[in-house]
Write a new protein. Structure first.
Length: 218
């Protein structure tokens, strides 16, 4: 598969399939995955309590990281949620904590009601699929790729999704930026190669166990 229209069609069909699979996951299995992913993130990224963490409000059966974030906030971390301040532009991250008054943003997704900007040092990024080189299959809006491309100092990027989303390739394009690590309910896979002089918050151990017309910020 080489031409972009074919790749677009494949990605669209794969997204639909993965969303349907995710929505069919039983409640008990979903809760087990949530606990496993939270534990893996805590175990493999030990400096998160000192980080400014951008995460996501769960939609369409995504793994819910809010319990993890509440625990990290209690340990001293800062947290923020992505906001589409302007269509087809980089995301902004607005401060969040338990009890933050919320409003509705792009795609009717809850966002903090007050604009308190946070510059994330770590991003927990939702994904539908991922490949062996750390590229992420999202919803097709391209917002995270635009956001990462806009940063002078790149935050640590950790993708979060279900293991069934593992793919040989997503047929990455020039705008697809690979992640540093991906965590599923079965383990953590690390992809980052830190270059000399590149800023990072930490370099934790980890073990193994797209711009296509949509507007969803995830």
């Amino acid at each position: 598969m080489k031409d972009w229209p074919s790749i677009q069609a494949w990605r669209k069909a794969t997204r639909k399939d993965f969303i349907e699979k995710r929505l069919r996951i039983p409640r008990a299995e979903r809760q087990s995955a949530q606990q496993a992913v939270g534990d893996l993130i805590r175990d493999n990224f030990s400096d998160l309590d000192d980080a400014a963490i951008g995460f996501y409000w769960p939609i369409k059966g995504e793994i819910d990281l809010r319990p993890l974030m509440q625990a990290l906030l209690a340990d001293g971390a800062d947290a923020a949620l992505p906001v589409v301040a302007e269509k087809n532009q980089p995301l902004e991250f607005w401060a969040w904590q338990s009890g933050t008054k919320m409003s509705r943003g792009a795609g009717n997704i809850p966002v903090p009601g007050e604009r308190k900007l946070v510059q994330p040092t770590v991003l927990l990024i939702p994904l539908l699929g991922f490949d062996t080189s750390g590229h992420r299959l999202g919803y097709g809006g391209g917002y995270y790729d635009r956001t990462l491309a806009s940063y002078r100092l790149k935050p640590v990027t950790i993708g979060v999704g279900y293991e069934f989303g593992r793919l040989p390739t997503i047929y990455p394009q020039a705008h697809d930026i690979p992640l540093d690590a991906i965590v599923s309910e079965l383990g953590c896979t690390r992809f980052d190669k830190i270059r000399p002089g590149e800023s990072r918050v930490f370099s934790p151990p980890c073990y193994l166990h797209e711009v296509e017309g949509d507007t969803d910020p995830s």
